[in-house]
Ligand binder design. Structure first.
Ligand code: ZN
Length: 133
């Protein structure tokens, strides 16, 4: 089941500068974390029940570096919180929706994540995110 929006992922060139900007809007930094599997440094800033996830590439072949090269800084993905990720992925695949990740992989925050291919989602990169309890 898709429960809510977990977070909005925003690609930025300079994490510290971007944090400063969001703090100037009144958001508070919750944590900074490095996710080696995605070659990113991530900052979380909660806003209500949702988080802004700022993403900075740690390597030039990071998906975030490629995104910025192509499209510039900005919203990169939207994450839906699910509570049954493997089952959800199987269902999605059965409906002929293309997946980037057929298996859950570790994301920031100790969550398991998987991405749907934007070619199958009308252009938006959608992440399924299952937080561990
Ligand atoms: Zn994310």
């Amino acid at each position: 089941m898709v429960k809510k929006i977990s977070h909005i992922g925003i690609a930025v060139k300079d994490l510290n500068e971007a944090i400063k900007f969001y703090e100037s809007l009144g958001l508070k930094l919750e944590a900074i974390e490095e996710v080696p599997s995605q070659k990113v440094r991530v900052a979380f800033l909660p806003i209500g029940e949702v988080r802004i996830e700022l993403l900075e590439a740690t390597d030039e072949d990071s998906p975030i570096a490629k995104f910025i090269e192509k499209k510039g800084e900005g919203v990169q993905h939207i994450a839906f919180q699910v509570d049954d990720l493997p089952e959800k992925l199987q269902k999605v695949e059965e409906s002929d929706i293309r997946l980037i990740d057929k298996e859950p992989r570790p994301g920031a925050h100790g969550a398991d994540i998987a991405f749907l291919h934007p070619k199958s989602t009308h252009g938006t990169l959608i992440e399924f995110c299952q937080e561990k309890h």
